[in-house]
Design a protein around this ligand. Structure first.
Ligand code: G6P
Length: 613
């Protein structure tokens, strides 16, 4: 949700900023801008639309300065427009600010500042920040930043530079992410580590309530009481290659094809089939606590929430205690009932920065629950704010529609279920070994499945057939239901086709009224204890003229009689089959979106990391 970048050093700041904004564009892409201090003045370029448009403008201008900030926006306050694009300047053109987050008390601050003579040029909440800093300028740069922070409420990660102090940049954070890259004789900052890794692997993550003074050769971090804080410099394992398309047309396609590797990485060094052992290093839960857990609540948003629904089935089956799955935003604001210290909350988040999930984590811990997070981004806010963490090692996910993070989350949830089950003795060790074995083989099976899809082009052909339809229904039973929800979400997100996921049995309580010859219905119809029931649902749809695309078990030839199209997957991996089942749905959404000429990696109105509530 908005990406910010900054640079201080010997390079041409504008080059670093534009490149950084391109790497951050997945966080927002409705307008962009940069500001550079050049020859004792602040030079700003902004435009509506993507960073490529800004790049054209910046190329025409001569930008020479070595200190600057940039922003790519996902609008919250004020429509996407040049005026509302960041950076924002004060009236004397002495300070300039980029900001990610929401200043919640901006209306009253703005009124007050206007009364004091400040003139506003945008509808954004951010602009109050730069006027506040200008208002307090007589207290020095640092003093002005601290005073401005005392006035604002809400969430922020911001960067500010000034023509009066042309060698330093101030940064501050509360509830929005901010990373600082420490180079040799140069410093970088960004909303996450991705744009930094082309220059340096040494990253400092700012924590809430911290303010950083960044100079070419120096970084000083203070807390809000102005006490200096010693920060840990982390070495990131993200490589510059990870954030390239590597020959794929879209990041989403690359990430779909990276899933076998992501799964492999996620289980590496953590599962041991012969011993029936699982090692989760940073889980940080005492054995005694695990033995006494009486309730588990999973909190997440979007795709991660769907992973939570699959995870519930995994955990309930293995450790046989009740698991609730809550939307993080609903959980945090409903005054959740955490009645004992025996509650475990599991927070799932690809980015580790989602504001609602982070809020839910804080609320759960405040009420006495232990929180374990399942997160993809190393050192992210949610990971740091939890009692323990299990990282999905999917690598950077850039496509806005989540794919490899989802399947890696399922793998982690399964490992967690088995780990807890072993300690609680709720599952025989022979069974654990068998399940670990299933887990180990999922990656290779997925690799083969993907190869088969590439060879046959079956999904692309089906996609072309249905790409003009306006509505889709996705049906599944048991674990097939969350997979249906995820398939429908992928289609909505990137192709803008209305799609609904339903438990197949619920179809007759409403959605059946929608079925006609123009309604494709994707049905998860794998062999297993629910197969007969699903087949009855398929017949109900067929008799009403609906067009059925089935995800079926390899070898089930008879299903062809009842459906229009079939995509086969192997189904011998128990609950892990959900991983194999979701992949054709990701590809179906992808090919439909490409056929409709949609922007697959940057769908309209969406952002990858939602750091506002
Ligand atoms: C946004 C993204 C989704 C993602 C959701 C939760 O809506 O577009 O792809 O599933 O946020 O994100 P998280 O990083 O917490 O998993």
């Amino acid at each position: 949700m908005c990406g910010i970048v900054g640079y201080v050093g010997p390079r041409k700041a504008s080059d670093v900023l534009i490149k950084g904004l391109k790497d951050l564009e997945y966080r927002g892409y409705d307008s962009a801008g940069i500001a550079v201090v050049d020859n004792n003045r602040i030079k700003v370029s902004r435009c509506k639309g993507k960073v490529a448009g800004l790049e054209r403008i910046v190329r025409k201008e001569k930008y020479d300065g070595g200190i600057g900030i940039g922003h790519t926006r996902w609008a919250t306050h004020g429509a996407p427009s040049e005026e509302n694009a960041h950076p924002h300047m004060d009236n004397k053109h002495e300070f300039v600010v980029v900001h990610n987050g929401i200043i919640e008390n901006y209306v009253e601050l703005k009124r007050k500042l206007i009364r004091e003579g400040h003139r506003f040029r945008s509808d954004t909440d951010t602009e109050v920040l730069v006027h506040l800093i200008a208002k307090y300028a007589r207290h020095g740069f640092e003093g002005a930043v601290f005073r401005a922070i005392q006035n604002i409420e809400g969430s922020y990660a911001f960067g500010v530079i000034s023509k009066i102090y042309p060698k330093m940049m101030f940064l501050a954070r509360k509830d929005s992410p901010l990373a600082i890259g420490c180079g040799v004789n140069e410093m970088f900052m960004a909303s996450d580590a991705l744009p930094l890794v082309s220059y340096t692997k040494k990253i400092v993550y700012l924590d809430d309530g911290e303010v950083a003074k960044v100079e070419q050769n120096r970084l000083q971090v203070k807390n809000l009481k102005k006490r200096i804080i010693r920060k840990k410099i982390r070495t990131t394992n993200i490589s510059a290659q990870d954030i390239k398309k590597s020959g794929y047309k879209h990041f989403m396609l690359k990430e779909i094809y990276e899933q076998p590797q992501a799964i492999e990485e996620t289980i590496k060094g953590r599962v041991f089939a012969t011993k029936g052992e699982i090692v989760l290093d940073e889980l940080n839960l005492p054995k005694n606590f695990i033995k006494n857990i009486d309730r588990i609540i999973i909190v997440a948003c979007g795709t991660s929430w769907h992973a939570g629904l699959v995870g519930r089935n995994m955990i309930e089956r293995v450790i046989k205690i009740p698991v609730a799955v809550e939307y993080a935003a609903e959980f945090r604001y409903k005054d959740p009932l955490i009645l004992s210290k025996k509650t475990l909350v599991i927070a799932i988040s690809q980015s580790g920065e989602t504001a609602d999930t982070n809020g839910a984590v804080k609320e759960a811990r405040k009420k006495g629950a232990k929180v374990v997070s399942i997160v993809n981004v190393l050192g992210s806010t949610i990971a740091r704010g939890s009692d323990g963490v299990i990282y999905t090692r999917a690598g950077p996910e850039i496509g806005v529609a989540s794919t490899k993070a989802f399947t890696s989350q399922l793998v982690v949830l399964y490992m967690l279920a088995l780990y807890l089950g072993k300690i609680r003795n709720s599952i025989p060790s022979k069974e654990i070994k068998r399940r670990i074995n299933d887990l180990i083989h999922v990656s290779a099976k997925l690799q083969n499945l993907l190869k088969g899809f590439t060879r046959s082009q079956i999904i692309k052909k089906i996609a072309l057939k249905y790409s003009k339809n306006k509505n889709f229904l996705y049906l599944g039973r048991g674990t097939g239901f969350p997979i249906a929800l995820e398939g429908a979400l992928k289609l909505k997100e990137i192709s803008y086709i209305h799609a609904e996921g339903y438990p197949a049995a619920e179809m007759k309580h409403g959605p059946i009224a929608l079925i006609d010859a123009n309604m494709p219905i994707v049905v998860l119809a794998l062999k297993g204890r629910r197969f007969k029931k699903i087949m009855s649902n398929i017949e109900e749809v067929a008799s009403r003229g609906g067009k059925i695309i089935a995800i079926a078990s390899v070898g089930d030839n008879s299903i062809k009689k009842y459906v229009n199209d079939v995509i086969y997957i192997p189904d011998d991996s128990g609950i892990m089959t959900s991983i194999l089942a979701v992949v054709p749905l990701q590809l179906l959404a992808y090919h439909i979106a490409v056929a409709r000429r949609c922007n697959v990696d940057q769908p309209r109105n969406l952002a990858k990391s939602v750091t506002v509530e």
